[in-house]
Design a protein around this ligand. Structure first.
Ligand code: SAH
Length: 235
């Protein structure tokens, strides 16, 4: 999942933050990390803070040049805590996730140095800035925490679009639902729960109930099995 989304960390000073960012990424299903001029890497602190996400550190791509780290990316988001001198289009993490998931090509989400963030020159390479809406008086998150918030929104967007890790089978066809309703109606008549001369709104209410649940094949089979057993046992 998210194989086209690169998390790019620029000029990170504390290797522990690299590990923590890897951990944040892995919990949200991301795996592609790029580092631009990390102060110390590889490093035991990075591995320790990654916990079980050291596979991300193992596969990390390290770059000397910021431009090179973005070369193959078709869309670049720059995460920034501050408003900049020159206004740049700013997105919330949620809006960033919506845009990011529309594209299948490689993209980058860039995070800056712990003490000074991204330079204005670096931000010029970004199509959009992404700003986590914080309290006005204190806007700067730890870089790994910022990675967590933004990757969480990517995950939420992915879930919203229905791309689950272990997808439910698709809901059954309208034809299968109609067969279920006919079978149910007949069974309810057979057991004298439904009077066909005075049906009232019973079937409509039951349709509303089952239509809310989006049944899958195996569930329809269970329900139809119960109805058949009921019919056989009242004979
Ligand atoms: N003092 C720096 C903050 C650096 S925090 C500054 O003023 O820019 C390290 C990185 O975490 C930032 O470069 C940014 O990529 C990310 N980050 C921190 N807080 C953020 C926020 N509120 N919104 C978006 N990104 C944030």
């Amino acid at each position: 999942m998210f194989d086209n989304i690169n998390i790019v960390l620029v000029g990170i000073t504390h290797p522990g933050n690299i590990g923590a960012a890897a951990r944040a990424m892995k919990t949200m299903g991301l795996s592609k990390m790029r580092l631009v001029q990390p102060k110390q890497f590889p490093n035991a602190d990075a591995t320790a803070r990654a916990c079980g996400a050291d596979d991300i550190l193992f596969n990390v791509q390290v770059f000397d040049s910021y431009e090179e780290s973005l070369q193959d990316c078709h869309l670049v988001f720059g995460a920034s805590a501050r408003q900049r001198m020159i206004a740049w289009p700013v997105l919330t993490p949620k809006a960033c996730a919506e845009q990011a998931l529309q594209l299948q090509a490689p993209i980058a989400i860039v995070f800056g140095r712990e003490n000074s963030g991204l330079t204005n020159k670096e931000l010029e390479h970004c199509n959009y800035l992404v700003q986590i809406p914080t309290d006005n008086t204190f806007s700067s998150l730890n870089v790994a925490a910022a990675v967590q918030v933004i990757t969480y929104e990517l995950r939420m967007e992915e879930l919203k679009q229905g791309n689950f890790d272990s997808p439910l089978p698709p809901p059954v066809s309208a034809e299968s639902m109609e067969q279920l309703y006919q079978h149910l109606e007949q069974t309810l008549i057979d057991i004298k729960f439904l009077n066909p001369n005075h049906p009232r709104l019973l079937m409509r209410r039951l349709r509303r109930l089952f239509n809310r649940t989006q049944l899958v094949d195996s569930e329809i089979n269970i329900l139809r099995g119960i109805l058949t057993a009921t019919q056989e046992n009242i004979k």
